[in-house]
Write a protein that binds this ligand. Structure first.
Ligand code: ARG
Length: 284
C-alpha cells in the first residue's frame, strides 16, 4: 500500500513539473532549470515504471504478501523433481519466470498430487503447477490459466510384456498415480478393481519392477525419465489420452489469474516458455 501512495505522489509531482506549476514564474525559468526539470521528469518516469510493477504486485492478493506460493508434487520429472534438496524442472522454471513478471518471489510447497487442488481452493497455496491437466471436473473447483504445455498418457510395461497396445489394458492390473487423469481414465475405462493407485509415479514404477502390477499409466515425459532410469521397461507406441497442462488458480482470485495469463503470454511470445521446454524435453 505504501508503495502505491509513493507512486501516486510521484505522479502528482510529475504532473506539477510538466504543467509549469504556476504562471508568473514561467518567464523566469532559466535554461538550467528547464534541464533540471526534464531530468527529474525522466527519472520520475523511470521510477514510476518500477513502482508500477511493484504497485501491481501490491494489488495482487496472495497467500503471503509479496510471495507467489506454488503447490506441486515433485516426483514428476522433467516437470518437477528434486535436484539435491531443490525442486527444479519445467514447472519450477516457468513459475519462477511468471513470479518475476508479477514482481513476486516464488515459493514451492511439495505435497501429494491429490492435495494440490484442495490446497489452491482453501488458500494454502496460490497456484498449483504440477503438469496438471485441465479437466471439466477440476474446472468445477479451480480456474486454469492458458495452457503452457501438452501431455499424453502412455503405458509403461516390462520389456517382455504380453501387453502390446492400449487394447491389452483390459484385464491387466494397472498402476497409476493417485488422483491423476491416468487414475480417473483407467478407473472409468477398465474398472476400479483393476487399478491400483500409488502416491506418485516413482512408487508405481517400483511396483511394476517388483511384478506387483502389469503396467503403469502415466504422462509421457515422466514415463520416458522412469524408463531411462530403470532398465527392463518400455513404453507402448500407442498413446492413451492427450491433454493440456495449465496452472490452477483459486476461483476467488480472478486478478491473479489475469496477471498469470498476461505473464504467460509475454513469456510465450518472447520464447521463454519454449526455451524452458527445450531444456528439459529432447526433440524426438
Ligand atoms: N497430468 C496428470 C494430471 O493432471 C498427472 C500430473 C501429475 N503431476 C505430478 N506433479 N505428480 O492428472
Amino acid at each position: 500500500m505504501k508503495k502505491i501512495i509513493a507512486f501516486m505522489t510521484a505522479a502528482v509531482m510529475t504532473a506539477g513539473l510538466l504543467s509549469g506549476c504556476g504562471s508568473s514564474s514561467a518567464e523566469a525559468t532559466t535554461a538550467a532549470e528547464t534541464t533540471a526539470a526534464a531530468t527529474t521528469a525522466a527519472e520520475t518516469e523511470a521510477a514510476a515504471e518500477t513502482e508500477a510493477a511493484a504497485a501491481e504486485a501490491a494489488q495482487l492478493k496472495t497467500v503471503t504478501d509479496g510471495i507467489l506460493t506454488m503447490g506441486t508434487n515433485a516426483a514428476f520429472p522433467p516437470y518437477e523433481y528434486y535436484d539435491g534438496d531443490k525442486i527444479v524442472g519445467i514447472d519450477a522454471e516457468v513459475a519462477e519466470a511468471v513470479a518475476e513478471k508479477l514482481g513476486l518471489k516464488l515459493e514451492i510447497v511439495d505435497m501429494d498430487f491429490s492435495s494440490i487442488i484442495t490446497s489452491v481452493q482453501t488458500g494454502k497455496v496460490d497456484i498449483g503447477v504440477a503438469g496438471m491437466t485441465v479437466t471439466e471436473e477440476r474446472l468445477q473447483n479451480v480456474n486454469f490459466s492458458d495452457t503452457y504445455s501438452t501431455g499424453v498418457q502412455v503405458v509403461i510395461v516390462p520389456e517382455d510384456s504380453q501387453i502390446t497396445d492400449v487394447d491389452g489394458l483390459s484385464g491387466a492390473l494397472i498402476g497409476v498415480q493417485e488422483g491423476t487423469t491416468g487414475h480417473i481414465y483407467c478407473s472409468d475405462d477398465y474398472g476400479e478393481e483393476n487399478v491400483i493407485a500409488y502416491t506418485n509415479g516413482a512408487t508405481a514404477v517400483q511396483a511394476l519392477l517388483n511384478g506387483k502390477i502389469d503396467c503403469v499409466v502415466i504422462d509421457k515425459q515422466p514415463a520416458l525419465k522412469f524408463v531411462e532410469a530403470n532398465p527392463g521397461l518400455k513404453i507402448l507406441e500407442t498413446a492413451y489420452v492427450e491433454e493440456d497442462y495449465a496452472i490452477a488458480v483459486s476461483k476467488d482470485n480472478e486478478a491473479l489469474l489475469a496477471a498469470i495469463n498476461g505473464a504467460l503470454k509475454e513469456l510465450t511470445e518472447d520464447g521463454t516458455v519454449q526455451k524452458v521446454l527445450d531444456t528439459y524435453i529432447k526433440a524426438e
